[in-house]
Structures are given as structure tokens and as C-alpha cells.
Design a protein around this ligand. Structure first.
Ligand SMILES: NC(=O)c1ccc[n+]([C@@H]2O[C@H](COP(=O)([O-])OP(=O)(O)OC[C@H]3O[C@@H](n4cnc5c(N)ncnc54)[C@H](O)[C@@H]3O)[C@@H](O)[C@H]2O)c1
Length: 322
């Protein structure tokens, strides 16, 4: 009896020893593969920084841009169209949107215009069906429409705060609800979202706006992760854009101490940077490009040190009510 128990104990401890060695080996192999992948990703990123990377064609892609009546959206419509894409223009302002569409048609581009308040879920979903019927499946969606009321928090009334969130955040959800399913089904597509440098750092006079742009960033990061981890290996790409100040008039009273570092970018240049980022499958890009890197460095510093640096750079927006 004693001998049998001893043998069983030896077998048990031999088995558990084998299991331990096995799991340590698996862990070491996992670690090795992780190190190789991380080094490869760093090298790939350095290579991309210097070479730029290949740009996907957008010829005959159906590109829907919101907010095409003015500013960055209008420029995006023009540049996508000139690259051979079929452009679908949505804006709440019918007159200005029609103007964009007419300009594109005059130069022989394929463009379709629709009036839509992107904050109105029912309108978005109904119009999406119409676009599918009249144009086809949208393959590139650019959630661009946005508003930027700019004053101290306690001067914002609750209707204004709701409106900022309706247009700048919830509209992205309704547009995704309308267009993401067909992209997933066709296993191709690209979603671009306009966040802002105000979605990366807090800025005075822009509390609700900053909150809305942080939300867009969170939405895009999480959605990107959700699809990346999806077992179906879905080939839908996501690009978040973080402009500082683009010269469209949206930002009423911008100021900058160092224009060579933080200049007000023309809408044409911003649109070009956005399209390049989308065509190169970048997951995020700031305009100017240096700003996201600068922000990463700032984040390494203690808060007070970062605040001193921010005060020294002294750039932002004044209230639109004074
Ligand atoms: N201009 C900047 O300095 C700046 C900086 C950072 C981020 N952004 C972001 O870039 C995007 C575009 O900005 P812009 O400067 O071109 O603005 P813009 O005001 O020049 O143009 C915005 C367009 O969106 C349309 N729009 C507004 N509300 C809408 C709604 N509910 N439904 C449909 N269309 C609507 C407007 O009619 C207008 O044609 C915005 O999301 C903005 O927050 C701009």
C-alpha cells in the first residue's frame, strides 16, 4: 500500500513538473515572439516616418464626407474627387453643399449632394438607404462635420452643450450605425474621424468642445481595437485626425506665439494631410504632424513642468463672446 502511494506521488510530482516546464517554455516563446514583433513594429514605424509609405488608390471608391458645404469638408470633397473617387456630400446647409457639388460636376467629377443634419439619427439612417440605392455602398466615410462654440464653461448653456455633443460625438455613432455594417460585410472600408488637438489636451474656452473631441478619440481607439481583435479579421481601417487650428473661420479667435511651430494651416493643406493619412492607413495624425509627438513628450513630464512649457508656448483660442 505504502509503495503504491509513493509511486503515485512520484508520478503526480513528475506530471506537475512537466506541466510547469511546459508552461514556462510557452511563456518564454511568447515573450520572444513579443520582443520580435515589438522590434519589427518600431522599425516599420521608423521606416514609414522617413519613407511615408505607399498610398492606396481611391479611384472609384465611394467617399462620403460630412460637412462638405464649407472648410475642411469642402476641400476633402474637392481633393477626393480630383483623385478619381465618387464623392457623396452631406451638409446641413443645402445652399453651400449644392455649391460644392456643382463645382465638382463642372470639372467632370462624380459628386452627389444631400442635405442632412448628422445629429438627427432618423435622418441619417433614412438618407443612408437612399445613398445605397442611388450611389452604392460607401467605402470611405469621413466624419468631419463639427461645431466649436468657444467661451468659458459657465457661459455655455445646457442647450449648447447638448448640441456640441449631438453634432461632434453622437453623429459619429449614427454614421457608423448606417455605414459600418456594409463595410464589415464587404470586408473593406475606411472610417476617418475629425477629432482635434483639443481631443488630446485641455484648452481654456473649449471645455465642452474638448470633451467632445476626447470622446471622438475614445470612440475611434476603442472601435479600432474591437475590430482588430475580432476573430473574423475584418479589413476595415480607422484614422483619427487631430488638427490644431485650420484657417476656416470655425475657430473665431485663435492666437499663437510661435507661428513657425504652431501655424494656422490652410484648409487645402489640412485636407491633403487627412487624405494622405487615410491612403497610408495611418491610425492617427496631427496637423501639423509634430504635435502628437510633442504631446507624448509633454506627457512624460510632471504636470507642473508640462504646464510651464504650455504657458511658454502660449497658443490657444480666446473667447468668442468678448
Ligand atoms: N478649423 C479648425 O481649426 C479645426 C481644428 C480642429 C478640429 N477641427 C474639426 O474639423 C472639422 C471641420 O471643421 P471646419 O473648420 O471645416 O468647420 P467649418 O465650420 O468650416 O465647416 C463645417 C461644416 O459642417 C457643417 N455642419 C455643421 N453642423 C452640421 C450638422 N449638424 N449636420 C451636417 N453638417 C453640419 C457646416 O454647415 C459646415 O459646412 C470639425 O469637426 C472640427 O471640429 C477643426
Amino acid at each position: 500500500m505504502y509503495i503504491v502511494v509513493c509511486c503515485r506521488n512520484n508520478l503526480d510530482s513528475g506530471g506537475s513538473m512537466f506541466l510547469k516546464v511546459y508552461s514556462i517554455t510557452i511563456l518564454l516563446l511568447d515573450l520572444l515572439s513579443l520582443i520580435v514583433k515589438v522590434i519589427f513594429a518600431i522599425l516599420e514605424s521608423i521606416f514609414q516616418t522617413f519613407t511615408g509609405g505607399a498610398e492606396k488608390s481611391v479611384v472609384n471608391e465611394i467617399v462620403l464626407v460630412t460637412g462638405t458645404g464649407h472648410g475642411i469638408g469642402k476641400e476633402l470633397a474637392h481633393q477626393y474627387a480630383s483623385l478619381g473617387a465618387i464623392v457623396v456630400c452631406w451638409d446641413i446647409n443645402q445652399e453651400q453643399n449644392d455649391e460644392t457639388v456643382q463645382e465638382l460636376r463642372k470639372i467632370g467629377c462624380k459628386a452627389y449632394g444631400y442635405k442632412c443634419d448628422v445629429a438627427d439619427r432618423d435622418s441619417v439612417l433614412a438618407l443612408a438607404l437612399k445613398v445605397k440605392e442611388e450611389v452604392g455602398d460607401v467605402t470611405i466615410l469621413v466624419n468631419n462635420a463639427g461645431i466649436m462654440p468657444c467661451h468659458p464653461l459657465l457661459q455655455h448653456n445646457h442647450q449648447e452643450i447638448r448640441k456640441i455633443f449631438d453634432i461632434n460625438v453622437l453623429a459619429h455613432f449614427w454614421m457608423l450605425e448606417a455605414f459600418l455594417p456594409s463595410m464589415i460585410q464587404n470586408n473593406r472600408g475606411h472610417v476617418v474621424a475629425l477629432s482635434s488637438m483639443a481631443g488630446v489636451m485641455g484648452l481654456r474656452n473649449l471645455v465642452p468642445y474638448c470633451a467632445s473631441k476626447y470622446a471622438v478619440r475614445g470612440l475611434m481607439d476603442a472601435l479600432n481595437e474591437e475590430l482588430r481583435e475580432d476573430a473574423r479579421q475584418i479589413e476595415v481601417k480607422f484614422t483619427s485626425i487631430f488638427p490644431f487650428i485650420v484657417d476656416t473661420g470655425l475657430c473665431k479667435k485663435p492666437y499663437t506665439r510661435f507661428p513657425f511651430l504652431l501655424n494656422f494651416v490652410p484648409a487645402k493643406k489640412a485636407a491633403k494631410a487627412i487624405i494622405t493619412a487615410q491612403r497610408r492607413n495611418y491610425s492617427e495624425v496631427s496637423i501639423p504632424g509634430i504635435l502628437l509627438h510633442l504631446n507624448s513628450v509633454l506627457r512624460l513630464l510632471p504636470l507642473k513642468a508640462a504646464q510651464h512649457l504650455k504657458d511658454f508656448i502660449d497658443s490657444g483660442v480666446d473667447s468668442d463672446t468678448t
